[in-house]
Design a protein around this ligand. Structure first.
Ligand code: NAP
Length: 337
């Protein structure tokens, strides 16, 4: 076990996972939230190349148009599906609801949406308040993502009877959700305003030199909790999933998501540069986990996919942390987790 984790990281870094055969997504429609760049854009290229029609979202029309042209060019002339773009800003509630209305108008019905990937997310190293009064990382990565996930599921779950197999909703999470101080969250839950207010409070923003990405890990932990609720909501009366809900961590991927960290100081810039240079895989490689997740069977409903832990190892680790009792498992779980 001690050697297994680093080994899997190295393998995942240098050996891209295999893609399914050409035509796997023929006739299917895949929605990717936040696909103007990075993992979302690379996933869109994979799905388009594999036969799907792809709907991407962007906050700014010109960035969406550029992404659409990129996907069309990369998928080549043999591409079978259409590429379209809808506007969505996960930071604004009205944008989330109007996006849903536009999505419904653009498809014949909920049964026509086969895969939805909620990929949009940020790392922010400055405390900023959203229009709704929450810290921005939490607003986008947790609240906006949860809202769109719920809106999509509420629409898609009713279409199960019209489909031969359940559709998929996949959330881009991060292994960093395993790192927050759970005891601190528990203490905040006792405060009168509750966890979310405390997490978003400027007073609790860790401004230290080493806190390069405050609230990112917590935003991903909180969204893991909401994904658990969303997974339950996706179950039918017979406990079979009406929509298969999963979360994924692509590992360290070479994208521009760390730009806010880089801009803090030359030291942070160097750290980001070296980390990416030595540990990050390409966006093409990282995005393959989204394709794999979209093909998982219903038995995997609710699972978190990543390159280091099997579903069983992850479950054991989470249970161990919940009990705050790592004594018996300390041999099994190296610190780097
Ligand atoms: N890169 C990694 O190593 C890594 C590791 C684990 C997990 N992840 C997760 O993977 C996802 C994608 O990350 P990435 O590395 O590809 O980042 P990225 O290159 O910065 O791309 C982020 C995407 O999210 C969109 N986005 C940002 N704010 C948004 C908002 N308010 N509303 C809607 N869309 C918004 C961006 O669109 P705009 O053009 O509108 O900005 C962009 O398309 C994130 O959820 C991230 O947490 C990344």
């Amino acid at each position: 076990m001690l050697l297994e984790a680093p080994l899997q990281r190295v393998v995942g870094r240098f050996v891209p996972a295999a893609l399914p055969p050409s035509g796997t997504f023929d006739g299917q429609t895949v929605l990717i939230v936040g696909a103007t760049t990075g993992i979302g854009l690379a996933a869109a290229v994979h799905f388009a190349t594999l036969g799907a029609s792809v709907i991407i979202t962007s906050r700014v029309a010109s960035r969406g148009d550029a992404a659409k042209r990129h996907i069309e060019g990369a998928a080549g002339p043999s591409r079978k599906g259409d590429i379209s773009c809808l506007e969505l800003d996960l930071e604004r509630y009205d944008s989330c609801t109007s996006f849903m209305a536009k999505l419904k108008n653009s498809l014949p019905g909920p049964a026509a949406l086969d895969v939805a990937i909620l990929n949009g997310g940020i790392v922010n190293s400055r405390w900023e308040e959203s229009a709704a009064g929450w810290e921005r990382t939490i607003q986008i990565n947790t609240i906006g993502t949860t809202l769109v996930g719920l809106l999509l599921l509420g629409w898609m779950r009713g279409a199960r009877a019209q489909r031969t197999s359940p559709a998929h909703i996949n959330f881009l999470s991060s292994r960093e959700h395993l790192y927050p101080d759970i005891d601190q969250l528990e203490r905040w839950s006792q405060e009168k305003d509750g966890i979310l207010r405390q997490v978003c409070s400027k007073n609790n923003w860790p401004g230290g030199f080493w806190d390069a990405e405050p609230n990112y890990a917590i935003s991903k932990l909180l969204v893991m909790y909401t994904i658990e609720g969303i997974s339950n909501f996706a179950l039918g009366s017979d406990r079979d999933p009406l929509v298969i809900v999963n979360s994924v961590c692509p590992g360290m991927v070479k994208t521009d998501i760390g730009r806010h960290i880089s801009s803090r100081s030359w030291f942070h810039h160097l750290c980001v540069f070296l980390t990416i240079l030595f540990t990050a895989k390409s966006a093409d490689s990282g995005a393959r986990i989204c394709v794999a997740a979209a093909l998982k069977p219903k038995e995997t409903h609710g699972e978190f996919f990543n390159y280091w832990l099997t579903a069983d190892q992850y479950r054991r680790y989470v249970i161990t942390r919940k009990r705050a009792d790592r004594v018996n498992s300390s041999e099994d779980w190296p610190n780097e987790y």
